[in-house]
Design a protein around this ligand. Structure first.
Ligand code: MLT
Length: 401
């Protein structure tokens, strides 16, 4: 009989958001008329912007005409038009005064169906005995996929105090999911220096970069000197352009990034390994979606997505104003769509989840689901509507009275 991957025994029973969905499903079955407000999983509520919709429609029209129809994409790593648009987007990012960052070029960019798959799949290019560091609390995919790959995971705090002496793979996310904090240039440089000193690779998740508003916080790790030799960046259009259901993202593997490979004279190029992996296991993102994604980076698309981001920022402010008024400690909401707060009355995360669901019919995410350091914390997203965000805060106030 085929044997199961033994590492699965080391996983938690359920993936965090699957567990939430199960509990919410049970609640809804028992209370079908409850006026539920969902602020748990970071799923967007505003539709795709007009520039994106039009580009997608045009591309589907092309697919219906013999002369412009397209089948498999040759490279499987993304059409040049989209990789060039992404490279142009990097050039538009503000950088630290006086710095001259070397930004990703189109041939270092790999188009994907989103950050979740790439942050898990990237493990394929590393040896099984690589030691992984994950900041705790963090997006559960980093830990779960490392465990599935048979790797050991050590934990660090967001700032990287008391880091172990050795590390091979380091998962970072800024603006952070779940805490909403974002690294400053200085703080991120510290991680880059640590990775270089350890010959480690940082897997840098920037799914929320467009939410950054403060000028001392970089929107890409490549704005930090040295990052090209130690970092892979994984980005997504899900949160910044409403692609959670459309699916598109990109991963950057700089040419300078090498992995130890005794079989081939000592070193292997990480980008070639990722290209090999993708060519084997991934057939690319559909042409219409890539055209729609290209439109995100157009002038019109950028203006339109900024309006959506402002809408979500206003929700974040409604939440943070309420927490301030209630005297509850929180982080996030400034450079991030997530607000991370201390459960009132020192409650346990899951107890607060149940209370908030049952008493106020609001779904959030229990902090402990993001790691041990999330115990006693709770996460809300700003991706709801204004009306539901206001209503959820009204119910929170009433519940805590
Ligand atoms: C989250 O809520 O943490 C994310 O939306 C989950 C995801 O992007 O997969």
């Amino acid at each position: 009989m085929a044997k199961m991957n033994k590492s699965f025994q080391n996983l938690k029973q359920n993936y965090l958001f699957a567990e939430i969905s199960k509990r919410v499903g049970e609640f809804v079955a028992a209370n079908p008329d409850a006026p539920l407000i969902r602020m748990g999983i970071g799923d967007v509520t505003l539709p795709l912007v007009p520039a994106v919709v039009q580009a997608g429609k045009n591309a589907f029209d092309e697919m219906g005409v013999k002369e412009t129809f397209r089948g498999y994409e040759d490279s499987g790593r993304g059409y040049p038009f989209l990789r060039e648009a992404v490279a142009g987007y990097y050039k538009s990012m503000p950088s630290e005064p006086g710095s001259s960052p070397q930004l990703p070029t189109p041939d270092e960019i790999f188009i994907s169906d989103g950050a979740k798959s790439d942050s898990g799949n990237i493990g394929d290019i590393f040896a099984e005995d690589c030691k992984v560091i994950v900041t705790d609390p963090s997006y559960p995919v980093y830990v779960d996929s490392s465990i599935m790959g048979g790797r050991q995971v050590a934990f660090a705090d967001f700032a990287g105090t008391n880091l172990p002496e050795t590390a091979d793979i380091i998962y970072l996310c800024s603006p952070n999911n779940p805490t909403g904090e974002a690294y400053t240039y200085k703080e991120l440089k510290k991680w880059v220096d640590y990775a270089i000193a350890n010959k480690a690779v940082i897997i840098y998740d920037t799914a929320y970069e467009a939410f950054i508003t403060q000028s001392d916080k970089p929107r890409s790790i490549y704005l930090i000197e040295g990052a090209r030799q130690c970092a892979i960046e994984i980005a997504s259009l899900s949160k910044i352009a409403g692609f959670t259901g459309t699916r598109c993202g990109y991963t950057v593997v700089p040419k300078e990034l090498v992995l130890e490979n005794p079989a081939e004279g000592g070193h292997a190029n990480a980008g070639s390994a990722w290209k090999r992996r993708q060519a084997t296991k991934f057939n690319g993102v559909s042409y219409p979606v890539q055209r729609a994604a290209e439109a995100v980076f157009s002038k019109e698309g950028q203006q339109q997505i900024q309006q959506n981001l402002s809408y979500y920022r206003k929700n974040a402010q409604i939440i943070t104003n309420t927490l301030t008024e209630l005297g509850i400690d929180f982080t996030g909401g400034i450079n991030s769509p997530y607000i991370w707060f201390k459960c009132p009355d020192s409650m346990d995360s899951w107890d607060f989840f149940d209370l908030f669901l049952n008493k106020a019919n609001v779904v959030g995410t229990p902090g402990v689901g993001f790691g041990k350091n999330g115990a006693g914390r709770f996460r809300l997203t700003a991706f709801s509507t204004h009306e539901n965000t206001e209503e959820a805060m009204k119910r929170l106030r009433a519940m805590l009275k």
